[in-house]
Design a protein around this ligand. Structure first.
Ligand SMILES: [Zn+2]
Ligand SMILES: [Zn+2]
Ligand SMILES: [Zn+2]
Length: 140
């Protein structure tokens, strides 16, 4: 399998034991330039069972290896964390871009989400912002 060194490094850094499922899913995320939902992973690794994929994604998110890339769709998509994310401390405050042509969602690293202040009396707990348009691959 490819990416072996990167995978081992990532798992070790986030204190996760190496299992075949974790290695395979992580390898897929490393090789894919856009965010993927549970279903996307499932269709790529069709011999792996759904529960294993579900659990592995949950563990990866919790440990700071992947983060949610909100794109307004029904299925939650995840992308590999590039910044220094650790367990319970994600650092992925960048914009996500959803392409109208290929339907893929990309991390826009370095493009931060603007701070929005809620009006008086409103307690904002979460805010979801994403961009939609045509991605680099589809516009060239
Ligand atoms: Zn993260
Ligand atoms: Zn596209
Ligand atoms: Zn992202």
């Amino acid at each position: 399998m490819k990416n072996q060194a990167v995978i081992e490094d990532l798992l070790q850094k986030h204190e996760l034991r190496k299992t075949p499922a974790r290695s395979e899913i992580l390898s897929l995320y490393i090789d894919t330039p856009h965010a993927m939902s549970h279903g996307d992973v499932e269709s790529q690794l069709d011999e792996m069972d759904r529960v294993t994929i579900y659990r592995t994604l949950a563990t990866f998110e919790e440990k700071g290896i992947i983060h949610r890339a909100y794109d307004g769709g029904e299925a939650v998509k995840y992308a590999l964390c590039h910044s220094e994310c650790t367990s319970h401390n994600h650092n992925d405050e960048h914009l996500h871009f959803s392409c109208n042509k290929c339907n893929n969602t990309y991390c826009l690293e370095g493009y931060s989400i603007p701070q929005v202040k809620a009006p008086e009396g409103y307690q904002m707990e979460e805010i979801y912002l994403f961009a939609r348009g045509v991605c680099k691959n589809c516009s060239s």
